[in-house]
Every structure is written in structure tokens, then in C-alpha cells.
Design a protein around this ligand. Structure first.
Ligand SMILES: [Zn+2]
Length: 241
């Protein structure tokens, strides 16, 4: 069931939404290390993104994840359990200008800022190819990058460096328009193979991300980072603050 963050009275509705999400979250399972349930002060992150009822341009909603939502992206031993993840659904503008519905799975305390970041990018005219559940690619990051998918949570090793867990395993990182914003792995390989044209950042194609982009400024202003500033460029990658 989708629960609107935004309808029915602003902050009070957001607070109720968080309370409901918290109290209905399943218990931590197995050996997965879990912190305590989100504290009662949690509504602050949602309240920050709340706007007047009926005016949210991306109609952002959040709900707990189901087992099916993370079928190929979570397994026992992953650092963040499903009870601490949320599905954020929102509208985005496609490369063809058509507005579509997409979804991102993020850690519970990143819901508000995720909606705020993508709302600002939407209002700035930013275009996104697709925003589908990584299950569609069985959680394969390399396949998902080829498909130009925008996604967040995925409990996996770093692509091109299998000794490290990816920050996507924590639900606090988001990859955006992966083909137009390629990634240079620690082994020197650029991913995805169909994105090498966009290693050239002098191009000006829709969906490309620069330091001057609204989405980058939104992330950085909240204490997050953009991989485009790293020496091994990861133009698609944001880590939320
Ligand atoms: Zn990434």
C-alpha cells in the first residue's frame, strides 16, 4: 500500500506516515545487524520534504519494502535489513518529455531528502531515462547500467572491485542515468560499455550530470557527494548526506 507523504495536511500527515511505517516494519532477521527502530523524532526528514497538499509536482510517496521488492538485491548478511528500507515512488520526466512513474529503494532516513532532490531536479527540467526496480535485471549492476536505469539500494560488491561492499548496499547511494553518466572502476574499466561516448563531458546531451546540475547541487548542499568529483570518475553516482 502506498502512503502519500504529502496529502491530507502537510506535517501532521508526514508524521503519521512515518509512525505507521515504523510500527509496521518487520523485526530484524537472522544475523543482520540492525540498529534500533527509527526514533520518534524521525518525522523531521519527511517533514522537510512536505509541501502543501496536492501541490507536489512529483507526487512522492513512501512505503515499506516487501520481500518481492528486494528479491534479487537483498540477502541475509547484508548491512541494512529490509525493515529499514523504503520504496519511494515518484514522477520523473523522460528523455522524450513524457512524465512517468518510477521508484527508488532507499534507507528509511533518506526518504525525505530523496524526494526533495528529485523534486528540485524535476522542476529544473532534468530528464531521466527510467527508474525501475533492479529486480528487472536480477540485481546485476552491469546489466542495469547498460539499460540506463536510475536506482539506489542494491546489496552488492563494488563493480570492478569485488573486495569492497558498494555504498548502494546501505540504501544511501543513487546512480542516475548510468549510460550518459559512465563510471570508471578501480580496475580502469569504464562502465557501461554503451556509455563510453559520454566519457566526453563536453557533450551536452539530456540526462548528463555536471557539478553545475541542480541534482548535484541538491545532493552536495545536504552534505552528500557526487562521484564526478572523484579521480576515478563516477558521474552517475551520488551518496546522500
Ligand atoms: Zn553508484
Amino acid at each position: 500500500m502506498a502512503r502519500s507523504l504529502l496529502r491530507g495536511g502537510g506535517l501532521a500527515a508526514a508524521a503519521l506516515t512515518t509512525l505507521a511505517l515504523t510500527t509496521t516494519a518487520p523485526a530484524a532477521s537472522g544475523s543482520t545487524p540492525e540498529r534500533a527502530a527509527p526514533p520518534a523524532s524521525a518525522p523531521a526528514s519527511l517533514a522537510a520534504s512536505a509541501v502543501a497538499a496536492g501541490t507536489d509536482p512529483i507526487r512522492a510517496t513512501a512505503r515499506p519494502v516487501t520481500a518481492a521488492d528486494v528479491r534479487y538485491t537483498w540477502r541475509s548478511g547484508c548491512p541494512v535489513g529490509p525493515s529499514r528500507l523504503r520504496v519511494v515512488e515518484m514522477n520523473f520526466r523522460g528523455y522524450d518529455g513524457v512524465v512517468r512513474r518510477g521508484m527508488l529503494i532507499v534507507r528509511w532516513d533518506k526518504v525525505g531528502q530523496t524526494a526533495a532532490i528529485f523534486r528540485a531536479a524535476y522542476l529544473a527540467g532534468f530528464k531521466i531515462r527510467r527508474m525501475d526496480n533492479p529486480n528487472k535485471w536480477y540485481g546485476s549492476d552491469t546489466e542495469m547500467m547498460k539499460a540506463d536505469n536510475t536506482s539506489a539500494f542494491n546489496c552488492r560488491r563494488v563493480t570492478g572491485n569485488s573486495s569492497r561492499m558498494s555504498p548502494h548496499s546501505y540504501g544511501t547511494a543513487i546512480d542516475v542515468n548510468t549510460m550518459h553518466n559512465p563510471y570508471k572502476a578501480a580496475n580502469g574499466v569504464w562502465y557501461p560499455p554503451n556509455g563510453t561516448r559520454w566519457i566526453n563531458r563536453n557533450l551536452r546531451d539530456p540526462g548528463m550530470i555536471w557539478g553545475s546540475s541542480t541534482i548535484t547541487k541538491q545532493v552536495v548542499s545536504r552534505g552528500g557527494v557526487w562521484g564526478g568529483y572523484w579521480s576515478y570518475k563516477d558521474y552517475q553516482h551520488f551518496e546522500l548526506g
